[in-house]
Design a protein around this ligand. Structure first.
Ligand SMILES: NC(=O)c1ccc[n+]([C@@H]2O[C@H](COP(=O)([O-])OP(=O)(O)OC[C@H]3O[C@@H](n4cnc5c(N)ncnc54)[C@H](OP(=O)(O)O)[C@@H]3O)[C@@H](O)[C@H]2O)c1
Length: 261
């Protein structure tokens, strides 16, 4: 049984890792969740398996780098479930390297995937999605502790996530009087396919093994371990609740103590 009023939620990048866990959490709270990712087969498989678990979930493919895809995605969500109450901007990519050798293409792709997408999707949800017409809404951006501190060999990623934190604070202040809250959730290290790709990248950069990189990363975390996607989703599940109405313009860490700022 839903524990609170049923809402319409959009989650981007929902076929894997944190986005999938957020979708399961929101659907488990009784909300209707419309999801996307680039790979259409994975979207279809994810929707089918969540529907088989009894959740009210649907979705379509969308590349959050494409304004046209974003328009189509939000319109499809409204056609399917009605105006949007909750937006979780989660889709993202890793990316960096020795800064002097970073190609323009990588820089632009990381900024487009992680930051510009958040602006485009949010604007579309406020307008086509109908959120601006409501007196309540929740926008949650999955940033990173890398959005609060510099990450070595991660200039594009760290810059994009600092941008997401800045966008969150400014938009939260702007929308304060409307009842729409805007917050960033900042994971530290979370065990997902992206985390694995990140370890591979650092192992290559430091000419060492992925196991050595894992040990090095874990040693930086006071809890001594990665967080789980479910632990990140748990905070999202709280932020969408009615009780969280006065939490806005914040960037909240879920990181085992990695960042304490
Ligand atoms: N894992 C961590 O340690 C960690 C830490 C801090 C922050 N984060 C942030 O958390 C978010 C999720 O990360 P994750 O670790 O769960 O990643 P993940 O397991 O790699 O999943 C990424 C999801 O995003 C989708 N996606 C990627 N690019 C997309 C695009 N251009 N358009 C639409 N969907 C796209 C992927 O599907 P397709 O490939 O089919 O598009 C997939 O569903 C990201 O914003 C990431 O920066 C992760």
């Amino acid at each position: 049984m839903p524990t609170q009023e049923q809402r319409v939620a959009l989650v981007t990048g929902a076929t894997s890792g944190i986005g999938l866990s957020v979708t399961r959490t929101l659907a488990g709270q009784g909300h209707r969740v419309f999801i996307c990712a680039r790979n259409a087969d994975n979207v279809a498989k994810t929707v089918k398996s969540l529907q088989e678990e009894g959740f009210d979930v649907d979705g379509t493919s969308c590349d959050v780098r494409s304004p046209e895809d974003i328009r189509g995605f939000v319109q499809a969500a409204v056609d399917r479930y009605g105006p949007v109450d909750i937006l979780v901007n989660n889709a993202g990519r890793t990316g960096g390297g020795v800064t002097a050798t970073i190609e323009d293409e990588l820089w632009h792709d990381v900024i487009s995937t992680n930051l510009t997408s958040v602006f485009l999707m949010t604007r579309e949800v406020l307008t086509t999605g109908g959120m601006r017409e409501k007196n309540r809404g929740r926008i949650i951006n999955i940033a990173s502790t890398a959005g609060k501190q510099g990450v070595v060999l991660g200039v594009p990623y760290s810059a994009s996530k600092h941008g997401v934190v800045g966008l969150t604070k400014a938009l939260g202040n702007e929308l304060g009087p409307t009842g729409i809250t805007v917050n960033a959730v900042c994971p530290g290290y979370v065990e997902t396919p992206m985390a694995q790709a990140t370890r591979q990248r650092y192992a290559a950069a430091y000419n060492t093994t992925e196991e050595a990189i894992l040990e090095k990363f874990q040693a930086k975390i006071p809890l001594g371990r990665y967080s789980t996607p479910e632990e990140v989703a748990g905070l999202v599940g709280y932020l969408v609740s009615d009780t969280a109405a006065s939490i806005t313009s914040q960037a909240l860490n879920v990181c085992g103590g990695l960042g304490n700022f």
